[in-house]
Structures are given as structure tokens and as C-alpha cells.
Design a protein around this ligand. Sequence first.
Ligand code: SF4
Ligand code: SF4
Length: 395
Amino acid sequence: MRLSSFKLTDPAEAQPFVQVPEPEEFNVPLSGHKALVKKGDRVRQGDRLAEHSNAAKGDAHSPVCGLVTAVTATAVSVKKDEAGQDGQSTQAELIALADLKGPELAAALKKLGFDLEDCGLCACGKAADGLHLVINGLNPEPGILWADGLLSGYAQALNAGVDLLRRLLQPSKVSLVLPEGSDRKLDGDLNVIKVKAVYPNSLDDLVIKAATGKERPEGVCAVSLHTLWRCGMAALSGLPSLHTVMTVQDKNYIVPVGVSLRSLLELAGITAQEGDFVILGGQLRGSAVSNPDQPVAARHFGLFHVLQGKFARAKENPCINCGLCVQYCPSHIMVNIISRHAEFQRYDECKGYSALSCMDCGLCGYYCIARRPLLQYMREATRMIKLNDAEITKA
Ligand code: SF4
Ligand code: SF4
């Protein structure tokens, strides 16, 4: 398959979104959260179930009114009971975001379940002065199909999201990057840029380059349509982020947080057999899940089923120096050499070969004829380099 065949648009995008029905019981995923409820507690839709100790990471909420049936380190289970109790409201108090801005709005968004880095703030929760906000209006990867459907069917939510991000980030400029041929619009004074709808043009680094003409410039952040939609829905409803948008195989769904991946696959008419792969995320950058009963989180955006044996498994095969990974790498780095250093934990050498320029596109692993897990080597190399750099700064 040639690079030009990695299209980022598809006729299926024109299909309406399917609303996933609510199950009787939800498992709201936790990741580094501290539970605020215990088994037997009654909760309303939107009540906080757990809070994240990191001020930049979103808290977790109940998608429905019901009874807490279990609390573990990885999930809070809630059994639906729409009737409520003793005439109490079935919904948490609404949070009016319209009057909030800057740090006050950031604190409210954290409480509503948003990771602040996704919204364009830096890890410390601050926005750069005079920031240029770039809205990435493309599907993140081949196979993901929701971008055009969001732009055409959820413009009100997206416009509310832009308004919210303007108050949060106070940017000096806002750009919208769309695929060539798209006539979609958002309200306000947006600088619209069109790019060829071919992967890897949808990577944030390349979208920012298209909007600014510069590689990784300071004071510029990219926010996905996925995050923009979630922000807009929170702004319109006053409720936390209780849903996500996902492409499941070849259709788009509005999915409540806390439903199981297995039930989503079943809804799409798929039964995963022993040995098949279930991929969470996109087809090039996603990860195989070990447990299809794991719940959907708000950040999830794609789910795919791959039949056993369709692709040869990646493993630590030796490199045969064919050079394809280097040829297709959009960062033009020596992936073949970096991956060999990463394989033997030689992270200083990885840094010397500019591993931090990796854009995490996954093309190297796709093209490697030796089936080396190149994306995983690159991820481990960049993670360790950043960790080591942080240790040096601290010392
Ligand atoms: S994932 Fe591989 S191909 Fe993509 S930028 Fe990183 S090293 Fe290059
Ligand atoms: S594509 Fe794979 S086999 Fe070819 S040079 Fe890169 S790592 Fe080596």
C-alpha cells in the first residue's frame, strides 16, 4: 500500500451518528483517580465519582442516576435507576460555564472531566501568552470517520466549544484546518486552512505546520474536533463529559462513557473470537486491548476488530536494513537505528539521533517488512528521554 492510499475521508462520514443505548450497569473507568463514593451510595447523573490528584487531569462522573455497586482501583460500577429517590433530582446541579474564563474555567473543566492538556493548556494548567489556537478539523487517522459528521451535524456544539476555548486560552489567533474540498464552517473570525486529506497530514505537528508554516513553533497549540465537541457539549448542557464520539469499524457512534467495548462491538454486529484483535484507537496508532470487557473512557475515539491471522504479529525481529521506515517517516529520522538503540535501552543514543522529533504516526511500523514494533520502540525511547531530561532538570 502506498502512502497516498491513506485517505482521511470516506463516504461513510455522511452517515448519521448512532446513539448507543444505555446499559443497565456502567463501569466508569478510573486511572490514577481517588474514589469519592463507596458501594451502596446513590448517585445522580453527573455526580463526581472520583477525583484525579493531578490538577490537570479530569475527574470521573456517573453517566446515570443509580446505585454504586462496586468500587475498585480501575472502575466505579453504577446500576441505573432513573426513578431517583425521595423526590430528589436525578441530575447533578448544572455548572454554568458561560461566565467563566482563564484559571476559573480551567478548574471547572477539570471538575467536569477534561484533561487540560487536551484543551490546549500546558501541563501546569496555564495558557501561553498570545497563544495561536489551531483547531484540527481532520480525522486523526485512516479509518476514523467522524470529523465531517461533527462539522455538519454538531456545528452548534463545536461553536460553543470554540467560544469556551477562547475564554479558557484567550488566544491571539484561532485557525481551523480542514481537508481540501470541505465547505464546512465554524462561527467567528477563524483563519481557515485546507490540507490534502491524506495521512499523516492530520497529525497535530503537521496541522500546526500547515497553519503557521513552522515546525513545532512556540506558543501554538492544536485541539482536536473530538475535544472541541466534548467541550461544546459541556458548555451547552452544564453537565460533565459523559459521552464520547467513536468510529466502531465503519460507523460513527455517540457512546456513553462506561459502556463495555464488547457491547459496542456487538452493536456493530461483531463477535470477537479468541485470538482476534480488538484495537482501541486508530488503525495505525491504536493499541490491542487484552480485555474487551474494559469500559469506554471519554478520550476514546475508535474501535476496530481484526481477525486472527490477518496481519503477521510484530515481534523483536532483526532489522534487515531495507530502509522503508526511514523513507516513509514524516519526521525524516533514522528509525531503523533509533529502534535498535531503544531495543537495548540506549536512550542517550536515541536522543542523539533525534528520537524526540517523532510525531507518533505509526507509519514506520506499518511499512517495516521485518514486522519490528517500531512505533512501540519510538514511544518507549521518547518516554525515557523525557523522563531522564526531567530527572536532570530536577537535580
Ligand atoms: S512513528 Fe515512526 S514514522 Fe512516524 S514520525 Fe515516529 S519514527 Fe517517524
Ligand atoms: S523497515 Fe524495518 S527492516 Fe526495514 S530498515 Fe526499517 S526497521 Fe529495518
